[in-house]
Ligand binder design. Structure first.
Ligand code: IPE
Ligand code: IPE
Ligand code: MG
Length: 257
């Protein structure tokens, strides 16, 4: 039995997170440590994307949502932005046959109209080609930020109120949830951030209200299946109380069993 199998054995398959979100950070530092250009870190980071997608799919996790490019990342040097856009499009095109083979459906969230046409076309083609897949939903957050998404939701709600189809007194959590880019997904159970920084950087701000947060110093290109298994094991050791007491949660669990 190899090291990964040993870790996987510790995971309770009945208590897997339904939705895992990841902030893939640390590519630039990974490259710098090797005396390479930051972009080499992004190239290597694609392998980690493949690994976490494969493991999510193999375990039967329903949703994996990866932060690939933030609204704020548009402010990076143009050369890095161009390389990233090119790389994302190329990687997705190359991986499409495997995504189909593994029954993975690609979903995109973010201000995609800001993407260069070439990258957008490649992503869109993959979205269409995997539309029939009903295993893992792999969502790439591109040109995405939580505040952008909330502003967008507020605009939709304001429009409905203006048109008279919605009364302000009817607005509740569900109204807002329905207007988010993630309207058809459950909230993430687990949010993993690699790269050693303990912040959420404008990611899924509404949706992570009750997510378990897992921060690891491992740089994204070094984050593989074993490191992912460690995060899942840590997640299963937590007690999710959702505001209740520990005693209440234990009582609820007895009823479910
Ligand atoms: C994450 O790695 C990838 C993106 C933000 C697109 P970084 O490029 O942020 O790497 P560091 O944080 O500078 O090491
Ligand atoms: C977060 O990483 C965004 C992505 C991983 C796409 P950043 O490297 O942009 O985050 P900050 O700016 O250090 O918070
Ligand atoms: Mg970073």
């Amino acid at each position: 039995m190899d090291a990964l199998d040993k870790k996987l054995e510790q995971i309770d398959m009945m208590r897997l997170p339904r939705h895992v979100a990841m902030i893939m950070d640390g590519n630039g530092r990974w490259a710098k440590l090797r005396g390479q250009d930051r972009c080499m870190g992004h190239v290597e980071g694609v392998n980690s994307v493949r690994k976490v997608t494969e493991l999510s799919s193999d375990l039967g996790i329903d949703y994996l949502t990866l932060y690939a490019f933030s609204t704020e990342n548009w402010n990076r040097p143009q050369e890095e932005v161009d390389t990233l856009m090119h790389l994302i499009g190329m990687a997705i095109e190359r991986e499409t046959p495997d995504l189909i083979k593994n029954n993975v459906h690609l979903n995109l969230i973010g201000a995609l109209d800001r993407m260069p046409q070439e990258a957008y076309d490649r992503l869109h083609r993959c979205e269409l080609a995997t539309a029939h897949c009903n295993g893992l939903t792999l969502t790439l957050a591109l040109s995405y930020s939580g505040r952008w998404e909330i502003v967008d939701a507020v605009k939709k709600i304001a429009q409905d109120v203006k048109e008279g189809s919605l009364d302000p007194s009817q607005i509740d959590d569900a109204t807002i949830q329905r207007c988010l880019a993630t309207y058809d997904m459950p909230d993430p159970d687990l949010l993993i951030r690699t790269g050693g920084d303990n912040r959420v950087s404008n990611y899924l701000l509404w949706q992570i209200a009750y997510s378990e947060l897992y921060f690891t110093p491992t740089l994204w290109p070094d984050f593989g299946k074993e490191a992912y298994a460690d995060a899942l094991i840590a997640y299963q050791q937590r007690e999710r109380r959702f505001g209740k007491t520990s005693e209440q949660v234990q009582e609820d669990n007895k009823i479910i069993k």
